[in-house]
Design a protein around this ligand. Sequence first.
Ligand SMILES: CC(C)(COP(=O)(O)OP(=O)(O)OC[C@H]1O[C@@H](n2cnc3c(N)ncnc32)[C@H](O)[C@@H]1OP(=O)(O)O)[C@@H](O)C(=O)NCCC(=O)NCCS
Length: 361
Amino acid sequence: MISLGLENVVVAETDLSLVDGLKGHLVYRNHWARDLAINNTFEEVAHLLWYGHLPSEQELADLNAKLVANRELPAHVKAVVDAMPDDMDMMEVLRTGVASLPLAGDTWPPTLDQIIYLTAKLPTIIAHRYARLNNREPVAPRTDLGHTANYLYMLKGEEPLTAHVRAFDAYLILTQEHGLNASTFTARVIASTRSDLVSSITGAIGALKGPLHGGAPSEVTEMIEAIGTKENAEPWIKAKLAAGERLMGFGHRIYRTTDPRAIALSKVASELTAEDKWFDLAVHVEQIALRLLKEHKPNRPLETNVEFYAAAVMRAIGLPDELFTPSFAVSRTVGWSAHVLEAAKGKIIRPQSNYTGTMPE
Ligand SMILES: CC(C)(COP(=O)(O)OP(=O)(O)OC[C@H]1O[C@@H](n2cnc3c(N)ncnc32)[C@H](O)[C@@H]1OP(=O)(O)O)[C@@H](O)C(=O)NCCC(=O)NCCS
């Protein structure tokens, strides 16, 4: 029997996360992801996923110190990023920048030090490129700011508002880990061959870039902007569905109910954007889209997914569309690398295909 897209096929055991599509549950190692997003920081949740428990004060200080010490880019990585033509997509630049990172020592088996080194570098690669595109000198990373605050600081060139750091942290925590999604599976496949950590993360970035996976949030803002007014929502969506197109920010391989991350992020976004016209329109579009999707596919629950409100949060804190998917990569690197540690202990991943061609004479 063939399962196209590996739908409903279980290929690994993990103690990193539970994604329950019927109940709408997301658990990171015995903790509700939604609670972690409110009560914890990026670094604390990364520690939970990498080391198996939330950190003590000392463990957190140690992790922070290592992340901070690894933020600067080697000169050759800056040169690689600078050499890429301006019209190359930020995800292509990130993929190439990450691919050029040297790993010290043995490249196998992957280590937590390598993981921390790599995780610390992604925000700096993105901010370096973003500054260059905006004709600014890249801002050096600060050592006194957390991972999220420092990322925003490097992007904007000024210290970010506490409310923005908290909201962005919530988004980054909620997207750190999510079972065997396409990019995590990619990372695991590469790790299962005993290739190195940089190769796993580079491959995962390539998978995340696709509009059906991590490329959706920027298309959500494009959709809201194209709709423009509340009156236009219904005819616009009807026309798209009639043309056989997909609405970005809706539907999910696993969730048959609202994505719990969308619920958490809609709250975060609404607190940031009270009385914002764009947000008001987005909420209206969501309601119309849900009704029309029900009529369009009565037998397939198509509910709001994380990308819809991820777009709202990132827009509210002033990030342009081109930074949405790269920022997703900043957080998902945590989950990818935790999976790499698991997959590195397992069997090489090698499914089969049925040959449908003809045989030679
Ligand atoms: C996420 C996604 C790729 C899951 O895909 P999947 O599990 O393979 O589901 P399928 O492609 O089998 O979809 C089932 C049916 O619903 C339709 N459908 C799924 N998502 C849809 C959407 N967002 N808008 C309109 N129709 C949709 C499909 O066209 C398909 O119809 P068909 O059976 O007539 O071909 C899909 O829902 C999608 O493309 N969503 C939009 C992109 C997005 O928001 N991605 C972010 C995910 S977090």
